[in-house]
Write a protein that binds this ligand. Structure first.
Ligand SMILES: Cc1cc2nc3c(=O)[nH]c(=O)nc-3n(C[C@H](O)[C@H](O)[C@H](O)COP(=O)(O)OP(=O)(O)OC[C@H]3O[C@@H](n4cnc5c(N)ncnc54)[C@H](O)[C@@H]3O)c2cc1C
Ligand code: FES
Length: 343
């Protein structure tokens, strides 16, 4: 049996069966609602049920509290329809133009740029055009059915995807990247995924100045967005904050410095939290605190943030409470851990 789900702001609707998550049903109907991790960890897909009943499925309390549920809150990536529904979402758009595909790819190169960061480049089949928006991510499909998510670090165009992979101790996939993976190995991927990309239309705030906030390998999708802006000649005033524990963690510091020289209106402010080198002229401490220090008023900005979930949560809360950033002007991809129960 299928139920009719209407999304607000409309006019968008789709059918959902009780055994499919609301997110999957929306994506199957080529509707792009905000989402990131697809496993209840990041909160990007949070909406509000206006009418009807849902089964919250595996929605964790940490992402959707009991109080939020009582007020109609819903995680679209976890919940299932139990009746016809109307749901309020932050943003809805047609995804018809960019299909999600499963493709093989070949490892082109592996470059270790820090003790725990590898730049992996993969080549796509020459016959297949892979479209994506700068900032989106792909899932590597592992032989045992598990998936691992990584952001694409280059702008669209060409047949190569660049990924910045942080080694996770005992991590199933990243350990292989650092030990046994080699050029010409074949991998399988699915993508593009996620709703982390630059909002350009004036009604989406596409003329506002931008704060880019990256933690560690959260630099990857930010790099893609900057390269895209460069290629398109988008010169909105942009300030990039890139945070790492030590100088080595800013593994493309020189590139970011070059952007500052070359791109009109682009400013780069690196931030080191732990092992601050002698003579360091940049910010020290938590990366989002550096933003608050420099921009006590963010009410006219858009923020694009990417990195560890704790950083994203703290930045969202502090920017809204302390700096007056409107909730709809904060876009984020939280690098949550993989779990076996993804879509
Ligand atoms: C949308 C999205 C985009 C992402 N993009 C990137 C990216 O561009 N670059 C990148 O380096 N990572 C990225 N990640 C994070 C990456 O997908 C996970 O870290 C992944 O779980 C690593 O896979 P693994 O098989 O090596 O480790 P797993 O086998 O999944 O994990 C092994 C153990 O380590 C823990 N763990 C896993 N990841 C982390 C972590 N990040 N920090 C601390 N502990 C962890 C797990 O809880 C588990 O106990 C992204 C995640 C999401 C959701
Ligand atoms: S919590 Fe639903 S996409 Fe992350």
């Amino acid at each position: 049996m299928s139920f009719k789900v209407s999304l607000f702001p409309g006019p968008h609707h789709f059918d959902a069966t009780a055994d499919t998550t609301l997110l999957q049903a929306a994506l199957d109907a080529h509707l792009l609602v905000p989402y990131g991790c697809r496993d209840g960890a990041c909160g990007a897909c949070k909406g509000r049920v206006l009418t009807g009943e849902v089964d919250h499925g595996r929605s964790p309390e940490s992402t959707l509290s009991t109080t939020e549920r009582e007020q109609g809150g819903v995680l679209m990536c976890c919940a299932h329809a139990r009746s016809d529904l109307s749901i309020e979402c932050r943003e809805v758009r047609s995804a018809q133009d960019i299909p999600v595909r499963k493709l093989p790819c070949r490892v082109a190169s592996l470059d270790k740029v820090a003790d725990d960061v590898m730049i992996l480049k993969v080549k796509l089949p020459p016959t297949e055009e892979f479209q994506f928006r700068a900032g989106q991510y792909i899932d590597f499909l592992l032989p045992d059915g598990q998936r691992r998510s990584f952001s694409i670090a280059n702008a669209p165009g060409g047949d190569t995807l660049e990924l910045h992979i942080r080694q996770i101790p005992n991590g199933l996939f990243t350990s292989k990247v650092f030990t046994s993976m080699k050029p010409r190995d074949i991998l399988r991927l699915e993508g593009p995924l996620g709703s982390f990309f630059l909002r350009e239309a004036p009604e989406q705030g596409g003329d506002k100045p931008i704060i880019l906030l990256a933690g560690g390998t959260g630099f990857a999708p930010i790099k893609a967005i900057v390269e895209y802006m460069q290629a398109q000649g988008i010169h909105r005033p942009t300030t990039l904050y890139w945070g790492a524990r030590n100088r080595a963690g800013l593994y493309m510091h020189e590139l970011a410095e070059r952007w500052q020289q070359e791109i009109p209106g682009f400013d780069y402010r690196p931030v080191i939290s732990d092992e601050v080198p002698d003579g360091w002229a940049g910010h020290k401490g938590l990366v989002h605190h550096a933003v608050i220090k420099d921009w006590p008023d963010l009410s006219a900005h858009q923020v694009y943030a990417c990195g560890a979930p704790a950083m994203i949560d703290a930045a969202r809360a502090d920017f809204m409470q302390t700096c007056g950033l409107p909730e709809h002007a904060f876009f984020a991809d939280a690098f949550s851990f993989a779990s076996d129960n993804k879509l």
